[in-house]
Design a protein around this ligand. Structure first.
Ligand SMILES: NC(=O)c1ccc[n+]([C@@H]2O[C@H](COP(=O)([O-])OP(=O)(O)OC[C@H]3O[C@@H](n4cnc5c(N)ncnc54)[C@H](OP(=O)(O)O)[C@@H]3O)[C@@H](O)[C@H]2O)c1
Length: 321
């Protein structure tokens, strides 16, 4: 009997698209439910990947998708989930309630394997102590998975992820095209960017690796960067290297508040700003059983960033306005 498919929740997103391609390259059958098929357009050409318009927030639809699968990989996440205490409603829906429902559906279906993507910085008890709604709600969702000892789960905590289609380096490049100087809050925040290809490989390698069951893995690249250094690097790549002006705490927060109303690459929230108040750095190298030799941002970014393509895309966007 052919193996049942892998259900890739959040498969239409940035990381999900790379995971789907990696699974397809290993001849896995993959199901990607999405609220908007158009968003998953890039997946339609992958031979073993099926994209469905579906609402995984609906219990019956989720249960039926989970029943049809051998393994679930959960990549659903939001950076902006509204405001609230201890977190806004969008975070509750995507990071907590959905995870509880996935765990329940997985139990009911006798699912073989559950992989859950959390975020670097999340730790036990973090739902009470972490500085942002994003991180606190991620911690609450992660705990629901870790508490499900009857399921064969593995949790991943990636640092900020870079790669084709990311919202990190491409965004910093565009900002330097548009702005003469870059005013920056939390310029000295430390991050350890990890390549999306390595994240995808770690997840796919873990699927059939028994040693990864009931383990949490940090995923980070080989180098630690400050935010200021990342912006400078993107400036050099784009040919528009601007001066970065570090903002004091209060001004940085005010900037984030104003940018909540900005569209596209300029958009930022007070909650994103709060997430930057703790280091986004791993405790050690990626665990050996994941079989990853992480690639560095400096070596990979020039190969995937097509500066001309980015400029053309930007000009097309402007022409449409
Ligand atoms: N990118 C990073 O640097 C980074 C770093 C650390 C951790 N992570 C985590 O990694 C995961 C994937 O990140 P990403 O950058 O690939 O995200 P992304 O590009 O924004 O994609 C998010 C995915 O989640 C789905 N989704 C969002 N809200 C949903 C909801 N309420 N109900 C159902 N589906 C919903 C979207 O599906 P639709 O097609 O239905 O819209 C989409 O496929 C997230 O959990 C994120 O927190 C990302």
């Amino acid at each position: 009997m052919a193996a049942r498919p892998v259900l890739l929740l959040g498969g239409s997103g940035f990381i999900g698209r790379h995971v789907a391609a990696r699974l397809a390259a290993r001849a896995h059958h993959v199901i990607v439910p999405t609220r908007n098929r158009e968003r998953a357009r890039a997946l339609l050409t992958l031979p073993t990947v099926q994209v469905f318009q579906a609402d995984v927030q609906d219990d019956a639809q989720l249960a039926s998708l989970v029943r049809s699968a051998d393994a679930v990989i959960n990549l659903v996440g939001v950076l902006d989930g509204g405001r609230g205490s201890p977190w806004g409603p969008g975070f509750e829906r995507a990071h907590v309630k959905l995870v509880a429902r996935i765990v329940e559906a997985a139990r009911a279906a006798g699912l073989r394997r559950l992989l859950h993507v959390s975020a670097l910085g999340v730790h036990e008890g973090g739902e009470r102590t972490l500085p942002s709604m994003y991180l606190r709600s991620k911690a609450a969702g992660e705990r629901l998975v870790r508490d499900a000892g009857d399921l064969q789960w593995t949790v991943f905590r990636p640092s900020v992820v870079f790669g084709r289609g990311d919202s990190l380096i491409e965004r910093f490049m565009l900002l330097q095209r548009w702005l003469p100087v870059i005013p920056l809050g939390r310029a000295d925040a430390r991050l350890q960017p990890v390549w999306v290809g390595d994240v995808a490989r770690a997840l796919v390698n873990a699927l059939d690796e028994q040693a990864t069951v009931h383990r949490c893995y940090e995923l980070a690249g080989p180098d630690v960067w400050t935010l200021r250094e990342l912006i400078r690097f993107a400036g050099e790549l784009s040919g528009y290297r601007r001066t970065v002006v570090g903002l004091p705490e209060a001004l940085g927060r005010l900037q984030a508040m104003l940018l909540e109303f900005a569209p596209g690459a300029l958009h930022m929230s007070r909650d994103n700003f709060a997430s930057l108040s703790i280091d986004n750095v791993a405790d050690g190298p990626i665990a050996a059983e994941l079989r990853i030799e992480p690639a560095s941002l400096a070596s990979i970014a020039p190969s995937y960033l097509d500066v001309h393509e980015l400029r053309l895309a930007e000009e097309r966007r402007r022409a449409r306005r």
